[in-house]
Design a binder for this molecule. Structure first.
Ligand SMILES: [Zn+2]
Length: 247
């Protein structure tokens, strides 16, 4: 048993068997890497097939007033592909190209993700925790909620019949969790890959990595966090999630 920041007591779930197929869905380019990059690197190295689905087009990921959004979106797609290659061989990437900052929880977006779940047929779906308290960015909240609703839509045969044969993933892993109930133990090599993948998003060094653009700083910060989680949850290095394992 362990408690979270708010004093809620949760049981820590036992380690998952390595999944064969994982669909990781992020609102933006680099969200999946921030939340689950070490876990995905570890699983990819061990043979898991991974697809990253990015909901938005990345066109507003800059603090530069004069940056052209369309040009930025193209740069960011190249960066995302480079990042996926770092995460692991054969990691594929798809985009849904909703306008950055304007992602909506709607039957359209739910159907798009449900369709991807039915096509790719993952054992585990990874995404944002929509129930994280005080989360500011609407795309993160909405993406998490879209994914949860898409898992339900994909698993139930009477939902969206036109999207193909229903599919029930065995677990949903929510990153940056409000309540930690699952920690994936990772190695320092997996953390290094996570950081290398993040650094592949070169256009984001100023915005999402702020003043941590020095490789060592980001690596040290990421290792420090993984050590803290590990210490709290009984391993050397860990990445935290909230797992839903009764899908
Ligand atoms: Zn984001």
């Amino acid at each position: 048993m362990t408690s979270n920041y708010y004093g809620d007591v949760l049981s820590l779930r036992p380690p998952l068997p390595r999944p064969n197929r994982v669909l990781a869905v992020g609102a933006h380019f680099d969200d999946v890497e921030f939340g689950s990059g070490a876990t995905l690197s570890k699983w990819s190295k061990e043979g898991t097939q991974i697809e990253i689905l990015v909901m938005t087009d990345g066109s507003k990921g800059t603090w530069d007033d004069h940056q052209d959004g369309h040009a930025l979106a193209l740069i960011r797609k190249e960066e995302q592909l480079a990042s996926a290659r770092v995460i692991g061989e054969g990691v594929s990437v798809k985009w849904l190209n909703w306008i950055d900052g304007e992602l909506k929880h709607s039957s359209r977006t739910i159907a798009q993700v449900a369709s991807e779940i039915r096509k790719f047929r993952p054992d585990v779906v990874v995404s944002h925790d929509p129930w994280k308290r005080y989360r500011l960015h609407p795309d993160h909240r909405n993406c998490g909620q879209i994914v949860i609703d898409a898992v339900v839509a994909a698993r139930d045969p009477h939902f969206y019949r036109e999207l193909g044969k229903h599919h029930r993933p065995s677990s949903v892993l929510l990153f940056e969790p409000d309540q930690i109930n699952y920690v994936e133990e990772v190695a320092s090599a997996d953390i290094e890959k996570k950081v290398q993948a993040l650094l592949s998003h070169k256009s984001q060094h100023q915005t999402s990595m702020e003043d941590r653009s020095g490789e060592n700083d980001l690596l040290e910060m990421t290792l420090t966090f993984a050590r803290r989680i590990g210490k709290e949850y009984g391993c050397e290095l860990g990445e935290p999630f909230h797992i839903i394992d009764d899908v």
